[in-house]
Design a protein around this ligand. Sequence first.
Ligand code: NI
Ligand code: MN
Length: 217
Amino acid sequence: MDIRFLGHACFELSDGDTRVLIDPFLSGNPKAAVEASELEPSAILLTHGHADHLGDTVDIAKRANCPVVAIVELANEISGNGVEQVFDPNIGGTVKFDWGWVKLTPAWHTAVTPSGPPHTPAGLLIGIGGKTVYHLGDTALFSDLKLVAHRGDPIDVALMCIGGPYTMDRLAPRVATGFSQPGPVFPCHYDPFPPIETDAEAFKSEVESQTSAKVAV
Ligand code: NI
Ligand code: MN
């Protein structure tokens, strides 16, 4: 399974011909690694509908004719915007695909789309290529993050926001890496805009000196 960081909270997970796209905020992100038009995902998974996560979802899903997974209220809105294949779990629910599965986990944050009513944000636990990937979503540090790691699927990779002030900052994930006991940690949500800029290399050196986790910046 390959992981590509596409900027902000957006990642592409690949296994063979399967490409799973998470939180594709590309248009309007000055640090985006690709153009939205370059992507041809097998599925799009969303943590929540803030503009820096929903991003290009509707356009990509319509062009690629791929399914979108989002919490039910957000899923309904995306469906109303003309996306044909929408899966609408709630927190704790799992959606299964030929290539693997995705489960919504709790995240402490707020969420509303640019045009819709508020909804509950989530983290994403994803099984692909025999690995378990945990995208924490936008969240504060909270103790139930521990439960996600101990539900039976050891976490192989954690994708973790570190930028503050809209999510936990780079000091909190030091604790979170201990909760999730992952393999590599990929920091995200720290770069495109000045309020969330942080020193990812400092995060790496602090985590690696204080925990057994490895950080891939
Ligand atoms: Ni957010
Ligand atoms: Mn965000």
